[in-house]
Design a protein around this ligand. Structure first.
Ligand SMILES: Nc1ncnc2c1ncn2[C@@H]1O[C@H](COP(=O)(O)OP(=O)(O)O)[C@@H](O)[C@H]1O
Ligand SMILES: [Mg+2]
Length: 273
């Protein structure tokens, strides 16, 4: 690598492997987070497996969103927030000073709790990212990226005849799929989702959950959810957070049927949270 350049290619061959042989896309090592004097995360270690959905669960206030935001440096936008430890993406430290944060957030996209389309047309919502990242050489190419992204987000059929109408005019579930299309449009490798269904009705939730399962084929997904049912439905791996500690992580089925830690047991049986 020449000085000043940052390696951004995804070299799957070089990724470390988890004990079950699955490549590790992101690694958190001894991550501590403080907001001012207050510590929110304590020494969190987590391997995020490639093409898996990893669910982060735990009671409110235990640090799930804080941890998720570490994975694409969204905490940088919070003045009093300090992040310690290492976070690797394809084996490369995302907090390295050579990392371009805008580019990082294209590689590690984010979908928020409340659908937040821009006050622009459906088309522009999806076209914005590819345009600022220079991903399309022509209008035809941009049209193609928008259409493909909407298709991957399971929204194209519903909106193809009204791409010039405002994104904010869609239903809540459609808006959330539009936000997923917007994230997909810049070809991310990882998609972070913070309780993406909590503002949606059950039918819209089911659609987004189905979509998450399909997206796993091409992306690595980390999702915060307060719903254990949702974690069980959409994820292969589950990490349980409690009071700023990652208590345990494992196969989703094992976490829900045979947790190792008493705190996990108490949470999944509804004793607190
Ligand atoms: N922007 C912030 N400023 C100060 N404290 C925060 C901020 N965001 C979160 N916290 C604190 O960090 C802890 C973890 O919060 P959070 O990560 O939002 O938990 P969760 O997503 O599990 O509900 C809480 O004590 C919360 O009050
Ligand atoms: Mg949260």
């Amino acid at each position: 690598m020449t000085a000043g350049t940052v390696q951004t290619q995804n070299m799957t061959g070089a990724l470390p492997l988890a004990e079950d042989g699955v490549p590790i896309k992101m690694q958190a090592q001894k991550v501590n987070v403080h907001y001012g004097e207050k510590q929110a995360l304590y020494g969190v270690d987590l391997d995020v497996r490639k093409n898996n959905v990893t669910a982060l669960i735990g009671p409110s206030g235990c640090g799930k969103s804080t941890f998720l935001r570490c994975l694409n440096r969204m905490n940088d936008t919070i003045d009093i927030c300090r992040v310690g430890g290492n976070i690797l993406l394809d084996n490369e430290d995302i907090y390295d000073q050579r990392i371009d944060v805008v580019e990082l957030r294209a590689r590690v996209g984010m979908v928020f709790q409340k659908p937040n389309p821009f006050p622009k047309s459906i088309f522009e919502n999806v076209a914005y990212g590819p345009r600022i990242h220079g991903l399309a050489q022509s209008k035809a190419e941009l049209d193609e990226i928008v259409a493909t992204s909407l298709q991957k987000a399971g929204l194209f059929e519903e909106v193809k005849d009204r791409l010039d109408e405002p994104g904010t005019g869609l239903s809540g579930g459609q808006q959330q799929r539009l936000c997923i299309a917007r994230a997909i449009a810049v070809s991310p490798e990882v998609i972070l989702m913070d309780e993406p269904c909590s503002a949606l009705d059950p039918i819209a939730t089911a659609k987004v959950e189905e979509l998450i399962d399909e997206l796993r084929e091409n992306y690595t997904i980390v999702i915060v959810t307060h719903s254990m049912q949702q974690a069980a439905r959409v994820s292969q791996r589950t990490a349980f957070f409690h009071l700023g500690y990652l208590v345990e992580e494992g196969k989703t089925n094992d976490i829900f049927t045979n947790p190792k830690d008493q705190r996990t047991q108490d949470y999944i049986t509804g004793r607190f949270g």
